[in-house]
Every structure is written in structure tokens, then in C-alpha cells.
Design a protein around this ligand. Structure first.
Ligand code: SF4
Length: 112
């Protein structure tokens, strides 16, 4: 024998659930916007990629393809928005890079 919900109970549940969704969305932090710990240039992966926090101080002899206008902020891998001081990088899950940084994997972000 199956048990059925009274129609009134079902309608209340739907209405309460619908009202709770916007509140729940506000309480859950936006993972993309939340700042994460910064990548340490001494991290072995970062060091192997020649990562630095200031693109103007990248060693040109060690990185002959580097240009001063290349920085994390205009890199294809940077997940921050225009004007953000730091943002996630696809190469460093769970970490942020500073917008002024650079590494050997830099590639031009279209439109940046
Ligand atoms: S891949 Fe791009 S955003 Fe990531 S550290 Fe290198 S230059 Fe910066």
C-alpha cells in the first residue's frame, strides 16, 4: 500500500522550497570570487615554470620569449576579471596568482 501526500502539504513544500532557494544562493560563497592563497614563486611547480610575481622583474636572459606587457592579467589561463589584483590560474588549482605575475606558459587571452 503506497502512502500519498495531501495536496496541501505538497504545495506548501514547493512554495517553501522556492522561497528558500534565493536565500541559499546568497549563503553559498561564490567560489570564483573568493580569494585563494597565492602561489609561492618558490613552489617547485611555479619555480619550474619560471613564475614571478612581477613581470617587470622577469629574467630576460633565462626567458628570452618574455615581454614586459605579458602578465597573468592578460593570460589565457587567468580566471580573474579585468581589474582584479589576483585570480585563479588553471595551472595552480586551489591557488591564486597576482595579476602582475608571469610564467613560461603565458599565452595571450583573446581580447585582453
Ligand atoms: S599560466 Fe598565465 S596566469 Fe598562470 S601563472 Fe602563468 S602567466 Fe600567470
Amino acid at each position: 500500500m503506497s502512502k500519498t501526500f495531501p495536496r496541501r502539504t505538497l504545495i506548501k513544500a514547493v512554495l517553501l522550497g522556492g522561497a528558500a532557494l534565493p536565500l541559499a544562493a546568497r549563503l553559498v560563497p561564490d567560489a570564483q570570487a573568493a580569494a585563494q592563497p597565492l602561489v609561492d614563486p618558490k613552489d617547485p611547480v611555479a619555480a619550474s615554470l619560471g613564475f614571478g610575481v612581477d613581470t617587470t622583474k622577469i629574467d630576460g636572459k633565462a626567458n628570452p620569449t618574455h615581454k614586459a606587457e605579458q602578465k597573468c592579467a592578460n593570460c589565457l589561463q587567468f580566471q580573474g576579471k579585468a581589474g582584479d589584483k589576483q585570480g585563479a590560474c588553471n595551472l595552480f588549482p586551489g591557488k591564486d596568482v597576482v595579476a602582475t605575475g608571469w610564467c613560461k606558459v603565458w599565452a595571450q587571452k583573446p581580447g585582453a
